[in-house]
Design a protein around this ligand. Structure first.
Ligand SMILES: Cc1ncc(COP(=O)(O)O)c(C=O)c1O
Length: 454
């Protein structure tokens, strides 16, 4: 074969598609978007320096988003504090940015609690949520003055034990409520139900025990809530309940925590509208939540308001760079690309259709393709059906937005987890988590002497 003779490629018949049109024009599932850099650093340079796959976070994007969110609320209500929802993304560098921006920590486990403390966050600046808090964790949180949000009656018993152990009768607590804000299915697994009277029973139980002081009410109605009105209902109900408690028992509720749940500009599978059209702006959520407060609060009352926004503050700041390692034609005629990143790294691929960009212009007819990850598992599908031009091995794809919940829910399964990089506002790429190697896998393993191979 001479140098310039093209190799034989088996012909395939492909149905021509111009992209499934909708009323906004071409289908969003047509990937002809090119991204050559993230915040000014070229994709090539990032991969050359840190490898592929690679998670990349934009510091500028994080800071801009959290500032906008704060502005949306503080311009409408005087006492607002954001609690950074650790489980959304708890890398130290990410947490530190949120704390520098004035957020306290919102944690849902002892591990997250310890991580916040190690970073230098004081107990009083930690909201401790979650259905499982060990006695040891409760004791530590009580001693350190954390905001403990009780999830169930057994936890009231546990906290009273802690109070006895510490010889105290003044441990400040809040209770988590679940309530009908018009979002279904209800997140009724957590906290005490408001409408059934269970929440009032919990308040009476705490009051009668005489060891704990109820000072706050908390509620988290769900995640990726597309209905801003739900927050109006939520705040009205929380304020109404606070006054009911005051009237019945003389207890003054000092703070309300309305949880998280605002959506990001990600494309939820099964939704028709593109995110820019279908996802209401954060300002609308602030408008509705504060409208509910003002509807229900008595003049002059401004209880402290906490938010635990996670996803909406970090999603768009995160990218995953991945490399096409092979292309295949499946027996049913579909095109499949094998990537070096799969659902091991992208837990949220089940729910979201990410934006797919290539690191270079690619010519050729678009064809619906499967994007499969590196796992030797049939479930490893990152995307299905996006019209992609013919991608050569080595092409980099940039998937976004992937900043929320992936870098916490990723799995060390089959593959090492990759490096995570932060592009600083100054334009430098900083390593914030190293790529794993075999020592990470072996660190906790113990091989009994008798099983040691010769
Ligand atoms: C108690 C609590 N607070 C805050 C959050 C953060 O929610 P989101 O990321 O939807 O803002 C969650 C997430 O499920 C949660 O369970």
């Amino acid at each position: 074969m001479t140098e310039d003779k093209k190799p034989y490629v088996k012909p395939t018949i492909i149905k021509l598609q111009s992209g499934l049109m909708n009323k906004f024009g071409a289908s969003p599932y047509y990937a002809r978007k090119v991204r050559t850099d993230i915040d000014g650093i070229s994709i090539d340079k990032l991969v050359e320096q840190f490898g592929s796959p690679l998670f990349v976070f934009s510091e500028r994007q994080i800071r801009n988003t959290v500032r906008e969110a704060k502005e949306a609320f503080t311009s409408r209500y005087p006492n607002v504090t954001f609690g950074w929802s650790y489980k959304t993304n708890y890398l130290d560098a990410i947490n530190a940015i949120f704390h520098q921006e004035g957020s306290i920590a919102e944690v849902v486990s002892e591990m997250e609690y310890d991580k916040a403390r190690r970073l230098g966050i004081q107990g009083k600046d930690i909201i401790f949520n979650g259905p499982h808090k060990s006695l040891q964790a409760l004791k530590k949180a009580a001693e350190e003055g954390a905001k403990i949000h009780i999830d169930h009656f057994d936890e009231i018993d546990d906290l009273e034990k802690v109070a006895d152990e510490l010889g105290r009768d003044d441990i400040q607590v809040a209770i988590r409520l679940n309530l009908d804000a018009g979002i279904y299915p209800l997140w009724s697994r957590f906290g005490f139900n408001l409408e059934s009277g269970q929440a009032m029973d919990a308040v009476r139980r705490i009051h009668m025990g005489g060891k704990l002081k109820l000072i706050g009410l908390h509620c988290h109605i769900g995640t990726f809530i597309l209905e801003p009105d739900a927050y109006k209902t939520e705040t009205e109900k929380l304020v109404g309940f606070a006054y009911q408690i005051e009237e019945a028992l003389g207890i003054i509720i000092e703070y309300l925590d309305i949880g998280g749940g605002f959506p990001s500009k990600n494309k939820l599978k099964g939704t028709y509208l593109p995110p820019d059209v279908g996802v209401p702006p954060l300002d609308t959520y602030a408008e509705k939540a504060t409208e509910g407060l003002y509807n229900a609060l008595k003049p002059g009352d401004f209880p402290q308001l906490y938010l635990e926004t996670g996803r909406a503050l970090i999603e768009e700041a995160g990218y995953l760079i991945t490399t096409v390692v092979a292309s295949k034609r499946l027996p049913d005629g579909r095109k499949s690309y094998v990537l070096d990143a799969g659902v091991n790294l992208l837990f949220t691929a089940t729910w979201y259709k990410y934006t797919i960009e290539t690191d270079r212009e690619v010519q050729g007819i678009g064809e619906p393709a499967l994007l499969n990850g590196p796992l030797c598992m049939n479930i490893d599908v990152v995307d299905e059906g996006t019209l992609l031009p013919p991608l050569k091995r080595g092409t980099r794809l940039i998937l976004s937005p992937v900043g929320a919940y992936n870098v916490t829910q990723w799995m060390q399964f089959i593959e090492y987890r990759p490096a995570v990089v932060l592009v600083a506002e100054t334009g430098e790429a900083e390593l914030i988590r190293e790529q794993e190697d075999l020592s990470d896998i072996l660190r906790r393993e113990r091989l009994p002497e008798r099983l040691r191979l010769a």
